[in-house]
Ligand binder design. Structure first.
Ligand code: 5GP
Length: 211
């Protein structure tokens, strides 16, 4: 095969998806990437402990604080944050490899990391996924039945901050009860629309007339 045949037909785009706990972003992103395996999902590194059923290298790379700080020093982490006393960060190599091979990549990360990525990687598209309103959010958090009152209040306070930053995002998608499938479709439409932006398709105009 020639080098040209191996070249990606289009550039990959980086999408960050954020949303408060209870927005359903884990479910929506899972549906989206299962339906569209050509869209890659970044696996973050974290220093938090695995929850039951979580597997190293699948949901996260579970590493120690020392390892995380070592990777930070080596500039191997594209963005990072401290969330509830633990480090979370995006490994740089997988993102660079996906984009270079023409694959879109999704980062499911919180707002602070999302804004770091927007500054560092021009052309990043930021999507916020939200429940319809605050009452629905609180009902979802309480409905899980696994959290203490203190944790619920902390998450609600954090959600207020996150919703306040919506203006820094490019798109908002509302996830009503039972609408995860629809939201996955909505996000896929955003992805497709972003690929059709004129600014990402200079080659069409440039190569249009052969002489
Ligand atoms: P959890 O501990 O519930 O899996 O994740 C807690 C929060 O950390 C979620 O809002 C999740 O989106 C965010 N998060 C997960 N990975 C990363 C990452 O690599 N960077 C940043 N900035 N946030 C992350």
């Amino acid at each position: 095969m020639t080098e040209q045949m191996n070249a990606p037909v289009r550039d990959g785009i980086l999408f960050v998806i954020s949303g408060p706990a209870g927005s359903g972003k884990g479910t929506v992103v899972k549906l989206l990437t299962e339906r569209h395996p050509d869209i890659h999902l970044s696996v973050s590194a974290t220093t938090r402990n695995p929850r039951p059923g979580e597997v190293h290298g699948v949901q996260y790379f579970f590493i120690t604080k020392e390892e995380f700080e070592d990777r930070l020093k080596k500039d191997a982490i594209l963005e990072h944050t401290v969330y509830c006393d633990n480090y979370y960060g995006t490994p740089r190599d997988a993102v660079e490899a996906s984009l270079a091979s023409g694959h879109d990549m999704i980062l499911e990360i919180e707002v602070d990391g999302a804004m770091q990525i927007k500054r560092k990687v021009p052309g990043t598209v930021a999507i916020m996924l939200v429940p319809p309103d605050g009452e629905t959010l609180e009902a979802r958090l309480r409905g899980r039945g696994t959290e203490t009152e203190e944790v619920i209040l902390r998450r609600m306070a954090r959600a207020r901050e996150e919703i306040g930053l919506m203006g820094d995002y490019d798109y908002v998608v509302v996830n009503g009860n039972g609408e995860a499938e629809q939201c996955a479709d909505d996000i896929y439409e955003i992805i497709m629309a972003e690929h059709r932006r004129v600014c990402r398709n200079g080659a069409i105009r440039e190569g249009f007339f052969k002489n």
